[in-house]
Design a protein around this ligand. Structure first.
Ligand SMILES: Nc1ncnc2c1ncn2[C@@H]1O[C@H](COP(=O)(O)OP(=O)(O)OP(=O)(O)O)[C@@H](O)[C@H]1O
Length: 218
């Protein structure tokens, strides 16, 4: 098991976010946590990344973690190439990742000259360069328009599969969850619990959508 959460609970003051969350993720799994806005998705990723104190037990069997935020966090006065140079000295590796994410011809651009989709590609390139054992994706596509989003998800999927990276995506978008995961866990409203679990290969989008609406009390 790469990651195991046992009876994990989290409060912010009087606000109970999670009570007794149990979750196990194996090496190589691609998991999506699908939950309504404000249910604690970002908090859960922060817990997994070790950025929040919790009650309960967390077992981690990995070394390197990659974390993609909703908004790209690039250094504005550095070019794309220089932004990537911060995480790897290996220029060949940087060139390869730039090529595979369709960024190579823009390597000397500064972030201000890039579209939102391209900035997010640089963000992904930076996370993938460290060859993470576990990649955390916090709704990284939410601000992108639909065509740019699907194109980026396709390229990201190729990289994840090629490098056998375990991934956890948090999202409120069913289509994104379907495209980027083998397994979807459905989260409830606060206090948040896991209320459903589906293998994406075993259910079609419309049945899954109906099941989730039922789970969310629709
Ligand atoms: N450091 C904090 N202190 C107090 N409350 C917090 C803190 N961080 C998050 N919260 C609260 O915890 C709840 C869950 O927040 P979180 O950002 O994890 O939800 P989310 O599911 O990622 O939301 P969204 O889908 O809108 O991004 C929210 O009510 C938020 O206000």
């Amino acid at each position: 098991m790469l990651l195991k959460l046992e009876n994990v609970s989290k409060n912010f003051g009087k606000l109970c976010i999670f009570k007794n969350i149990n979750l196990s993720i194996s090496k190589g799994e691609k998991v999506a946590l699908l939950g309504p806005s404000g249910c604690g998705k970002t908090t859960l990723l922060r817990i997994i990344a070790g950025l929040e104190n919790v009650e309960g037990k967390i077992e981690k069997n990995f070394d390197k973690i990659g974390y993609i935020f909703q908004e790209p966090r690039l250094i504005p006065w550095k070019t794309i190439y220089e932004n990537l140079k911060f995480v790897s000295e290996d220029s060949k590796k940087i060139d390869n990742i730039l090529k595979s994410l369709k960024l190579y011809e823009f390597k000397d651009y500064y972030p201000i000259k890039l579209s939102g989709g391209m900035k997010q590609r640089v963000n992904l390139a930076r996370a993938l360069l460290i060859k993470p054992d576990l990649l955390l994706l916090d709704e990284p596509f939410s601000s992108l328009d639909i065509h740019i989003k699907w194109d980026l998800i396709k390229d990201l999927n190729t990289q994840i599969d090629k490098n056998h990276i375990t991934t956890i995506l948090v999202t409120h978008d069913l289509k994104e969850a379907l495209m980027l995961s083998d397994k979807i866990y459905v989260l409830s409203n606060r206090p948040t619990k896991i209320i459903g679990e589906f293998l994406t290969s075993q259910i079609n989008e419309s049945d899954l959508s109906n099941e989730i609406i039922k789970l969310w009390g629709g």
